[in-house]
Design a protein around this ligand. Structure first.
Ligand SMILES: [Zn+2]
Length: 119
């Protein structure tokens, strides 16, 4: 769901408010999206985004080197690496944020059901 930028609870699309912000809540089930995690908990989302996008950059650069071996144009490799380092985190940002909301939602639901079973 998160990778398709949909609400983790009901699956409705259109949870983005622009490319960098989530809407305050889902338009259908009114699950709180923007305030779901505490502000400092977004750090996990940013960190996940950075790791994922930079890993993808390394894979793409290595694939390019492998593809063009042995006549690798190293200037192109450098430019490709720099451009991807800057562009990929921006492109993957909303996906990371939506994924983070989904992770928080799953853990919150699980905590609710577990506390419900005990009482
Ligand atoms: Zn929803």
């Amino acid at each position: 769901m998160a990778l398709r930028l949909r609400c983790p609870r009901c699956g409705t699309g259109g949870i983005l408010d622009g490319w960098f912000e989530l809407k305050k809540s889902c338009g259908r089930c009114s699950l709180s999206l923007r305030d779901a995690p505490e502000d400092d908990e977004w750090f996990g989302g940013y960190f996940m985004n950075l790791i994922a996008s930079e890993s993808l950059m390394i894979v793409v650069v290595l694939a390019y080197v492998w593809w063009t071996w042995p006549t690798v144009q190293w200037t192109r490799v450098e430019v490709l690496g720099i451009v991807l380092t800057i562009v990929l985190p921006v492109v993957t940002y909303p996906y990371a944020k939506a994924l983070w909301v989904a992770v928080e939602f799953v853990f919150a639901e699980r905590a609710l059901t577990q506390s419900g079973r005990r009482s």
